[in-house]
Design a protein around this ligand. Structure first.
Ligand SMILES: NC(=O)C1=CN([C@@H]2O[C@H](COP(=O)(O)OP(=O)(O)OC[C@H]3O[C@@H](n4cnc5c(N)ncnc54)[C@H](O)[C@@H]3O)[C@@H](O)[C@H]2O)C=CC1
Ligand SMILES: O=C([O-])CC(=O)C(=O)O
Length: 316
């Protein structure tokens, strides 16, 4: 299996490192626009192979998409990260152009690849890549839900003093402060979380999760990369190993949840064909209202992209 990661910055390099270390793909191509950075990081990851013990090959290139040809999966992480005081949406004008030009190159050399978008603002960059690619929505989708649920699960594991492995959770909506964690669908070793933690503590964890990305931006001056890189690699693994994992993934909803033409996180089954199925949960009125707020926010940012004239299909 061949996997390309575009953007050899913090998230892209971490993703490539996890892919290699866990031997998720035997050939990993790292691409960046900055001369030498992808080559250097790919070489560094390859030189770690004898120490850790893996045989996935990592190759780095500067803007040479011919080396990415016939990739099975492509992860797009290219673009600016936010700085303290910025929202993800503030990145739209710069990152839309980057995601558009990268997607054109990716599709030209790997027309059958499944594309995973990571660049922010995530839901709208997924829209940008999907439109530019002209591909089926089940093959171009975004990573956010695995990261957001991982934060939620980590906070819960800490509060309950249990293994994060035993916490199962799903959340929906946009990758922003309006995301919709679903405590009703959260279990700890099969036990509903609501039986194990007081409501006010759970509410505080939900709140912290919603602004989880911003917490890290404040601490580090740039956004997170270890968990985001690993989350993208976990999606690649589900696809290349046809695992049929159930994850929240950002995809264009077309009637599901009564929503049409908006890119939002929803639980899906991920396998060799990309999204194999979008799962429709039964939401209660409160959850539906939260999802509607999130939908409205993402739609506003999609409209802003449309106004910029960026969201054009590749052939337009
Ligand atoms: N979806 C999610 O949950 C998350 C999304 N992100 C987003 O991922 C993106 C990357 O974040 P970091 O890796 O921390 O940033 P970074 O600045 O460390 O790396 C970005 C890389 O993209 C490269 N790049 C820029 N234009 C390019 C082009 N046209 N072609 C190829 N490479 C290009 C840059 O040279 C740089 O090396 C940001 O937009 C960030 O907001 C970050 C964390 C989580
Ligand atoms: O917060 C950011 O800008 C990066 C991101 O999406 C996250 O870490 O959730």
């Amino acid at each position: 299996m061949k996997v390309t990661v575009v953007g050899a910055g913090n998230v892209g390099a971490t993703c490539a490192d996890v892919l290699a270390t866990r031997e998720i793909a035997n050939e990993i191509v790292l691409v960046d626009i900055k001369e030498g950075i992808a080559e250097g990081k790919a070489l560094d990851i390859w030189q770690k192979a004898p120490i850790i013990g893996y045989d996935s090959r990592t190759i780095g290139v500067t803007n040479d998409y011919s080396r990415t040809a016939d990739s099975d999966v492509v992860v797009i992480t290219s673009g600016l990260p936010r700085k303290p005081g910025m929202s993800r949406d503030d990145l739209i004008s710069v990152n839309a152009g980057i995601v558009k030009s990268v997607t054109e190159q990716v599709v030209k050399y790997s027309p059958n690849a499944i594309i995973i978008v990571v660049s922010n603002p995530l839901d709208v960059m997924t829209y940008q890549a999907h439109l530019t690619s002209g591909m089926d929505r089940m093959k171009v989708f975004g990573m956010a839900g695995i990261l957001d649920t991982a934060r939620y699960r980590a906070f819960l594991a800490e509060a309950l003093n249990v293994s994060p492995k035993d916490i199962q959770a799903v959340l929906m909506g946009g990758h922003g402060d309006t995301m919709v964690p679903l405590p009703r669908y959260t279990t700890v070793g099969g036990i509903p979380v609501t039986e194990l933690i007081e409501k006010d503590k759970l509410d505080a964890i939900v709140q912290r999760t919603a602004v989880g990305g911003g917490e890290l931006v404040k601490l580090m001056g740039t956004s997170a990369w270890y968990a985001p890189g690993a989350a993208a690699a976990q999606m690649v693994e589900a696809i290349v190993r046809d695992q049929r994992r159930v994850f929240p993934v950002c995809v264009e909803l077309k009637g599901e949840y009564g929503i049409d033409g908006v890119y939002l996180g929803a639980p899906v089954i991920l396998g060799k064909n990309g999204i194999e199925r979008i799962i429709e949960l039964q939401l209660n009125d409160e959850e539906k209202a939260l999802l509607e707020t999130s939908r409205g926010h993402v739609k506003e940012v999609m409209d802003a992209l449309d106004k910029m004239g960026q969201a054009q299909p590749a052939s337009a």
